[in-house]
Design a binder for this molecule. Structure first.
Ligand code: SAH
Length: 222
């Protein structure tokens, strides 16, 4: 049985979620599978109760520790881009945060690895994944700039915090043919969303759009 908590009422109801998906469609999200997963995944489970009534607005929201749950449009866009050449077997996400992005990925790809440097956030994200019964998300408390070596190489990597320059360790963990989507920038608050593709010869870089992410920081903390 689905509890009322997950199902949501009023500002967290299915109708409110349907409206969010319509907005994402208007903004240019085309992948129907991604839209359907966003429509049926409760985002209010990933924010504090005091924020739940805003969970289906297309905005980033605070999740504590100076961090944010990404804007649904960005979650949809990055997911759509990562999947546009087909569904990878595995995705590595750097920056678990609330766990929302990894929950969306987990319903589209067979296996998700996710790394978070703030232990308290990771505990909450794991709790949300448990609540939703997601069994294919594997998470680790560490500095994700170094990726997650034992499971590498990855056919897909998604970084949801912004470094000033691309961490070389992450590029090294990308399989040949693999794609990494990552916001990169040294200007305060604004970054370029970049797509890196590893080829047999090297790495191709493509700049997609301007985005705004919290910074990728060094080291793991409580
Ligand atoms: N994908 C998240 C977005 C969270 S914001 C979501 O769906 O909610 C980015 C997250 O990246 C923050 O939780 C922050 O603590 C984390 N982060 C920043 N630098 C990191 C690093 N080096 N390694 C792992 N996580 C990092």
């Amino acid at each position: 049985m689905i509890s009322n908590d997950i199902q949501g009422i009023g500002m967290t109801s299915q109708r409110t979620r349907d409206r969010l998906v319509e907005r994402l469609r208007e903004k240019g999200i085309k992948n129907e599978r991604v839209l359907e997963v966003i429509r049926t995944t409760p985002r209010h489970i990933f924010v504090d109760e005091a924020m739940a009534h805003r969970a289906y607005e297309d905005t980033a929201l605070p999740i504590g520790h100076g961090q944010t749950i990404s804007q649904p449009y960005i979650v949809a866009r990055m997911t759509e881009i990562l999947l546009e050449n087909g569904v990878p077997d595995v995705v590595l996400e750097v920056g678990t945060g609330s766990g929302y992005q990894s929950a969306i990925l987990s319903r589209l790809v067979p296996k998700v690895y996710t790394v978070e440097r703030i232990s308290a956030l990771l505990q909450k994200a794991r709790e949300a994944h448990r609540k939703l019964g997601l069994m294919n998300v594997f998470s680790k408390h560490s500095d994700g700039s170094w990726g997650w070596a034992p499971n590498a190489p990855y056919p897909a990597i998604m970084v949801t915090a912004a470094p000033k320059t691309v961490p070389p360790g992450l590029l090294e963990q990308l399989a040949v043919g693999g794609r990494m989507i990552i916001p990169v920038g040294s200007l305060g608050g604004v970054q370029e969303l970049k797509l890196y593709t590893r080829t047999a010869e090297g790495v191709e870089e493509k700049t997609l759009e301007l985005v705004s992410f919290v910074p990728l920081l060094d080291g793991a903390v409580k």
